[in-house]
Design a protein around this ligand. Structure first.
Ligand code: SF4
Ligand code: SF4
Ligand code: SF4
Length: 339
């Protein structure tokens, strides 16, 4: 269809781009504030400060491996992790979101994904973003699935219940949040090298870390493949302007598909927000029945905050480990290795 023949419809639409920016900024601020509070708690626990600050459970969102281990234990025994319960709660919420609302955790919540998105926007402005050819892109894409297979094998197959219980009772598991903090505030030379490569790479390859390396994202992508919602394109009204493809963080060739089933789809709705033709792009069920696009972010946020509220009300958010115990173990965090 000739682009000149098609006029954008002048109906009011939700600006999903701005909405996403707002939501992601909110989650980033929560993370930064939690990180700051956790740092203060860490200083108290290490004896470097006399001021006690309560440890914010939200920092456990950065412990997805702990979430996977405790999910297996929860499924086998019915016991909810009492050491890092928020890690399990956030992990379950992310999996539920992936099952019902695409990789909405990546698209709307994860601060790493947000920062990656900001870098991508800068790179797009500078016109330095490079789309690798398929022969390179596909093997690179498979890397995160290999990492996912590796962790799944270790945790879901190789570790039996006794090994999981033993791991969860190690001092390492008790101080793993402090280890994670040290990763940010006292990175090793290897960490600095790896993070620098990832950051520089993100200026040239869209979502470098998320697209090629994050096993958490890979797991959510696999689950989202079975989900009920998809981005749907009306090929009759499409003017083939390809604006949707330019903004898609999943590098999906949206304009060539009628239904986007790719596990790379974040459900971010950037394509819907950018499409100049009203109702050409939207959200549909797997039977191609269109549903309001706002259902997707609403579902993502509803699941996340519902999980948080239920965990809070039922005592599955705050760690049961007393601060004084953590204070006695945290000094080990500097030297302790993985069991
Ligand atoms: S792929 Fe990983 S790092 Fe990227 S947004 Fe998703 S969970 Fe976050
Ligand atoms: S297809 Fe649309 S919703 Fe999916 S990742 Fe791309 S821009 Fe986001
Ligand atoms: S679906 Fe993509 S290519 Fe088609 S009109 Fe919308 S933005 Fe343009």
């Amino acid at each position: 269809m000739n682009p000149a023949q098609k006029q954008p419809a002048a109906q009011p639409r939700i600006d999903f781009h701005k909405l996403r920016l707002l939501v992601q900024s909110g989650f980033l601020l929560i993370c930064l504030y939690s990180g700051y509070r956790f740092y203060q708690f860490y200083l108290w626990a290490m004896g470097s400060s006399a001021t006690f600050v309560e440890r914010p459970p939200a920092v456990e969102g950065f412990l997805p491996i702990s979430g996977l281990v405790s999910l297996k234990r929860f499924l086998l025994t019915g016991s909810y992790d009492r050491i890092h319960p928020a890690a399990l709660t956030i992990f379950i919420a992310a999996l539920l979101i992936a099952i019902f609302f695409r990789k909405g955790f990546c698209g709307w919540i994860c601060p790493v994904g947000f920062v990656s998105h900001l870098v991508e926007r800068v790179a797009r402005r500078l016109k330095i973003l490079w789309r690798p050819p398929n022969w390179l892109d596909y093997p690179l894409l498979s890397f995160k699935y290999l990492l996912l297979a590796f962790f799944s094998w270790i945790i879901l197959v190789a570790m039996d219940l006794a090994a999981i219980e033993a791991f969860m009772n190690t001092p390492y598991n008790l101080v793993v949040d402090a280890r994670m903090l040290l990763f940010f505030i006292a990175p090793s030379a290897t960490t600095i090298w790896v993070v620098s490569i990832l950051v520089i790479g993100s200026f040239f390859l869209r979502n470098f870390w998320c697209r090629y390396f994050c096993p958490y994202g890979a797991l959510m992508g696999v689950l989202s493949w079975f989900g009920p919602l998809r981005i749907n394109r009306d090929e009759h009204s499409c003017i083939n302007c390809k604006k949707c493809e330019k903004v898609c963080p999943g590098s999906i060739r949206v304009a060539e598909q009628t239904v986007v089933t790719s596990p790379e789809c974040l459900g971010c709705l950037e394509c819907v927000a950018t499409c100049p033709v009203n109702n050409c792009l939207g959200v549909s069920t797997y039977r191609r029945v269109r549903v309001p696009a706002w259902l997707l972010p609403l579902g993502v946020l509803a699941i996340f905050f519902l999980a948080w509220a239920v965990a809070n009300l039922t005592g599955h958010w705050q760690s049961a480990v007393p601060p004084e115990i953590l204070k006695s173990y945290y000094p080990m965090s500097v030297n302790i290795g993985h069991p």
